[in-house]
Design a protein around this ligand. Structure first.
Ligand SMILES: CC(C)(COP(=O)(O)OP(=O)(O)OC[C@H]1O[C@@H](n2cnc3c(N)ncnc32)[C@H](O)[C@@H]1OP(=O)(O)O)[C@@H](O)C(=O)NCCC(=O)NCCS
Ligand SMILES: CC(=O)OP(=O)(O)O
Length: 329
C-alpha cells in the first residue's frame, strides 16, 4: 500500500487536533480544509478570521469543522490562562513582561495550546524559519525523558524506495555523542515508517581511507552508536557510494552488514544533511517528508518555506502519527 494511504488509515477517525499558527497562508488554509474534509485532523487555524475566510472563499476552500482563533483578539481569560502557564514554565528564564511579548508570536501561542493539551500537535514553518518555529517547542514542550536533543529527519521516498536522512534540520555541528544519538533515534523513526533500518554514518572517508578530525568524529560516533544499540546494524565511517551501492560497499568495506544496503543515512553535520536532502528532492525527484522532529514530549513539525499545500497536508498526517506513537508508549 502507498505510504500515505497506510498512514491515513491509521489516523482516520482519531480526531486529533492540530494547530497551524500560520493560518493566514493559503497553503495552510488549503491543507487544513482537505484534512478536515477527509476526516483526518481537527485543525485550529491561528490568524485573522476575516482574512482567512476571504482567502478561503476566493479559492473555494470549505472551512467546515475548522476552528479559527485570533490570538491578537482572544478573550482576556484565554490570554491570561496561556500567559500564567508560560510564566510558570519559563520561571527563572523569562520575566512576565517577556512572556507577554512572546505570546504575540503565533508560534508561542500554538506551542502553548499543545503544551496545555488543547491541541495534540502543531505544524508551522511555511512562513517562519526553522529556528523561530522550533525554539518555542524546545523551551516549552522540551525533550522526552532520556533524550538530550531533538533531531530533524526526513523520510525520502521515490516509487518503492524509502530512506531516512538525518540530521537535516536542527543540530548544526553535533559532537560524537550527538551523532550517535541521531543515528539511534533515526532508526526508531525508520521503524515507524516500515523501514527495516540499516544505518550508515556518512563521511568523505570509508574505514580510514582518509585521515582528519572530522573523519575520526564519525568513526567514534559509530562506535558509540553501536554500544548504545548493539542489536541494530550500524556502520561507519562510510562514503555514500560505499553505503548505498552493493559492489562498492563490498570493495570498500568488505564484511560490513550495512555497506551497500544502507537505508538510514546519518550526515556528519547540518550542512551536509540539509544540502543532501534538497539535492535528492530537487535533482533526484524524491519526495522529502520533513523535517520530522524527533525527541519532543509532544509533536511539533517544521515545514520548509518551500513547502506546497500537499507538503503541509502530509506533514500534518505525520504529526498525528507521532502523537499516536507517543500514546502507545
Ligand atoms: C534549533 C536552534 C534554533 C536552537 O538554537 P537557539 O534557539 O539559539 O538555542 P538556544 O541555545 O538559545 O536554546 C534555546 C532553548 O532550546 C534548547 N535547545 C537548543 N537546541 C536544542 C536541541 N537540539 N534539542 C533540544 N533542546 C535544544 C536549549 O536548551 C534552550 O532551552 P532553555 O531556554 O529552556 O534553556 C538552532 O540549533 C538552529 O538554528 N539550528 C539550525 C536550524 C536551521 O536553520 N535549519 C536549516 C533549515 S531546516
Ligand atoms: C528544512 C529546511 O531546509 O527549511 P527551510 O527551507 O525553510 O530553510
Amino acid at each position: 500500500m502507498e505510504l500515505f494511504d497506510s498512514l491515513k488509515q491509521k489516523i482516520s477517525g482519531k480526531n486529533k487536533v492540530i494547530v497551524f499558527p500560520e493560518g493566514n497562508d493559503i497553503r495552510i488554509i488549503g491543507a487544513a480544509s482537505r484534512l478536515s474534509h477527509d476526516g483526518l485532523v481537527k485543525p485550529i487555524l491561528l490568524g485573522d478570521p476575516d482574512e482567512i475566510n476571504k482567502l478561503a472563499s476566493e479559492k473555494g476552500f470549505d472551512l467546515t469543522g475548522i476552528k479559527i482563533t485570533n490570538p491578537a483578539d482572544a478573550p482576556e481569560a484565554e490570554k491570561k490562562e496561556l500567559q500564567d502557564a508560560l510564566v510558570e514554565r519559563r520561571k527563572g528564564k523569562n520575566t512576565p513582561e517577556q512572556v507577554a511579548e512572546m505570546l504575540k508570536d503565533p508560534n508561542y501561542w500554538g506551542t502553548m495550546l499543545v503544551y496545555l493539551d488543547q491541541a495534540d500537535g502543531m505544524v508551522s514553518g511555511a512562513v517562519h524559519a526553522t529556528g523561530d518555529t522550533v525554539r518555542p517547542a524546545l523551551q516549552i514542550i522540551k525533550t522526552k525523558p532520556g533524550t538530550k536533543r531533538i533531531i530533524g529527519a526526513f523520510i525520502m521516498q521515490k516509487d518503492e524506495e524509502r530512506y531516512v536522512f538525518a540530521d537535516c534540520g536542527i543540530n548544526i555541528n553535533p559532537d560524537e555523542e550527538g551523532l550517535a544519538e541521531i543515528a539511534v533515534e533515526s532508526a526508531k523513526l525508520a521503524k515507524l515508517f516500515d523501514i527495516d533500518p540499516k544505518i550508515a554514518l556518512l563521511s568523505f572517508s570509508t574505514k580510514g581511507s582518509a585521515k582528519d578530525d572530522v573523519v575520526t568524529k564519525v568513526a567514534n560516533a559509530t562506535k558509540l552508536a553501536q554500544e548504545k544499540a548493539p542489536d541494530l546494524p550500524i556502520d561507519g565511517e562510510l562514503q555514500f557510494d560505499a553505503a548505498f551501492v552493493p559492489e562498492v560497499g563490498e570493495r570498500k568495506a568488505p564484511g560490513s552488514k550495512v555497506a551497500g544496503h544502507a537505508n538510514v543515512f546519518i550526515f556528519p553535520n547540518l550542512e551536509a544533511g540539509n544540502i543532501a536532502y534538497k539535492i535528492a528532492q530537487r535533482l533526484g525527484g524524491f519526495e522529502a517528508y520533513g523535517p520530522i522532529l524527533q525527541g519532543l514530549n509532544k509533536p511539533v513539525s517544521d515545514l520548509s518555506r518551500g513547502a506546497n499545500e500537499q507538503d503541509v497536508y502530509q506533514i500534518a498526517i505525520i504529526t498525528v502519527i507521532q502523537s499516536l506513537a507517543n500514546e502507545s508508549k
